[in-house]
Design a protein around this ligand. Sequence first.
Ligand code: IPM
Ligand code: MG
Length: 352
Amino acid sequence: MAKTKTIAVLAGDGIGPEVTAQARRVLEVLELDIAFEEAPVGGAAYLAAGHPLPPETLALAARADAILFGAVGDPRFDGLERALRPEQAILGLRKELGLFANLRPARLFPGLEDASALKPEVARQIDLMILRELTGDVYFGDKGRGFTHTGLREGHDLMRYDEVEVARIARVGFEMACRRKRVLHSVDKANVLETSQLWREVVNEVARDYPAVKLIHMYCDNAAMQLVRAPGQFDVIVTGNLFGDILSDQASMCAGSIGMLPSASIRAWTGENGLYEPIHGSAPDIAGQGKANPCAAILSSAMLLRHSLDLDAPALRIEAAVEAAIAGAARTPDLGGTLSTTAMGDAVLAAL
Ligand code: IPM
Ligand code: MG
């Protein structure tokens, strides 16, 4: 008999606990051989243990087969020094666990055409995968505050990538493109940034190993524009940490709601220690009110089963159940409906 798998549940702040609870319900109903272990993270962990990513939480994450993550961020802690802010928990987990490949699939579930910010006929084209590099770029470069020689306050964040970091995410992108439509868009800002120039060079070098994939380089500003003009041209988009952060939020609204987009953060093709989280944040404005859409968290749990536990069949079942619930007009407020978080969870469970 296979060994019981451990999932670390790090629910975090704001709506994180509410949506994660629904994802966990769905996983539990499937009666897989899974043990859940919870630990505090983000602002909740700062309150409980004085640090957004306490050593015990990191140790659990490192030991677990996979991590189900909610959200971090709490305006009460915005005044803290950067190292203690809730966001450092997710950045620390990504970095410490080496989760450099972030998969953010965006597709329009049939029935959500009206929720999309785009015209229905344009929205229907969206079915793409944003592959975001997650452990480098301006997120992790040198940062600082100081003064100019005339005494003005200044701040800086260094954007940098080395060739190994670019090559490994590019390779994941090409492999993914091979499994999908064999078109890969690499998004950068090579007309202005030296970092992007290197990115483009290295992506071109990796491309030689994938002659069957059509590679298209696109500047980030143009990609943002094309994403709302004609999203059907994209299938896999590979890009750096900052551009990927921005483009994935944009893609989510094109696909209906940010409440629908899951993500997986992995180390290329090993799902070990993979981290699964909705791409939305903690949404403090609606926290604790039962208004949050749990679909992104539920769909993240499907990605968890697929990538970290190698359980494709139940992952497909969960995805089909969300699709069926949506087709059956189940809608939380972000989708123009009135269902509570729990009621939306009920609708998905009923479809399961
Ligand atoms: C995301 C979030 C995070 C990021 C924040 C919470 C640090 O926006 O996962 O997209 O910027 O990566
Ligand atoms: Mg983001």
